[in-house]
Design a protein around this ligand. Structure first.
Ligand SMILES: NC(=O)c1ccc[n+]([C@@H]2O[C@H](COP(=O)([O-])OP(=O)(O)OC[C@H]3O[C@@H](n4cnc5c(N)ncnc54)[C@H](OP(=O)(O)O)[C@@H]3O)[C@@H](O)[C@H]2O)c1
Length: 226
């Protein structure tokens, strides 16, 4: 199967949480981390998020920093990143920032065969709606289709359920993880990987490719071992 290189970028607290139990907008990283996030976006052809992240945060997904946008252009990338949303239910607000009409031709929503027709209709014209799988979005099939569309570098930006869907299907190649100097705790606060998790015998093994420190933050880069 031909698919893009998939790299994940997430920030977590020292106790592994990606937001609070109340799912507030994550605010525990520095300006340096935000610039680093833009650097990772600059080399991507597309960025992928789960519907939980859209519903909780509706985060901006473009390259915001002018220097990083210039870096993107120096790499010969298209000006706009393709934005891809994964949602089985399509229970998302068609007026959210994700569906910016100025980017309509670079927005893709990946859903399932059973997606309610009225919700598909509400998104048509705002984004391309792809049915990729039955029951759950078939992540391997989605990646294959994105590759056919010219996506060679795919940046996954969470949240935990979407990350799990990628990890479970063995579709992650690299992980960029920022460890922030804070604690959130909370049984209900999501971590990097949600879902049912792997059995001990099936854990994904990683190789530490890089480790840097900036102030009190740690930047980790892992490669997935196969
Ligand atoms: N710290 C960070 O770096 C960071 C980054 C991103 C997000 N976050 C936080 O993470 C939280 C959201 O995480 P989350 O785990 O709740 O949600 P999520 O992973 O963003 O989204 C989960 C949703 O994505 C859809 N989905 C994922 N895989 C699917 C599949 N294979 N087939 C069909 N649909 C699929 C489903 O949508 P439907 O329910 O619509 O079917 C599912 O409910 C937010 O609070 C956000 O702040 C933190």
């Amino acid at each position: 199967m031909k698919r893009p290189h998939v790299y994940l970028n997430m920030a977590m607290t020292a106790d592994g949480k990606i937001t609070s139990a109340a799912r507030e907008y994550p605010k525990f990283t520095s300006a340096f981390d935000k610039k680093n996030m833009d650097r990772l976006r600059a080399r991507a052809d597309a960025v992928l998020i789960g519907a939980g992240t859209l519903r909780a945060d509706d985060p901006p997904l473009h390259v915001r920093d002018a220097e990083m946008q210039a870096y993107r252009e120096s790499l010969g990338k298209q000006r706009e990143l393709v934005h891809v949303l994964v949602s089985g239910s399509l229970s998302v607000d068609p007026d959210s920032g994700f569906f910016n009409p100025e980017r309509a031709d670079s927005l893709i929503v990946a859903t399932v065969d059973e997606a309610p027709a009225e919700r598909v209709a509400a998104l048509e014209g705002k984004a391309e709606v792809w049915r990729v799988g039955s029951g759950r979005v078939d992540m391997a099939a989605l990646l294959e289709r994105l590759h056919e569309r010219g996506v060679e570098q795919l940046l996954a930006e969470g949240g935990g359920e979407l990350n799990w869907a990628l990890a479970q299907a063995d579709l992650l190649d690299e992980l960029f993880i920022t460890v922030a100097p804070s604690l959130l705790g909370g049984r209900e606060a999501p971590t990097l990987l949600e879902g049912p998790g792997f059995a001990m015998a099936d854990q994904t093994r990683l190789e530490l490719a890089d480790l840097t420190r900036e102030g009190d933050e740690i930047y980790l880069r892992y490669r997935v071992l196969r």
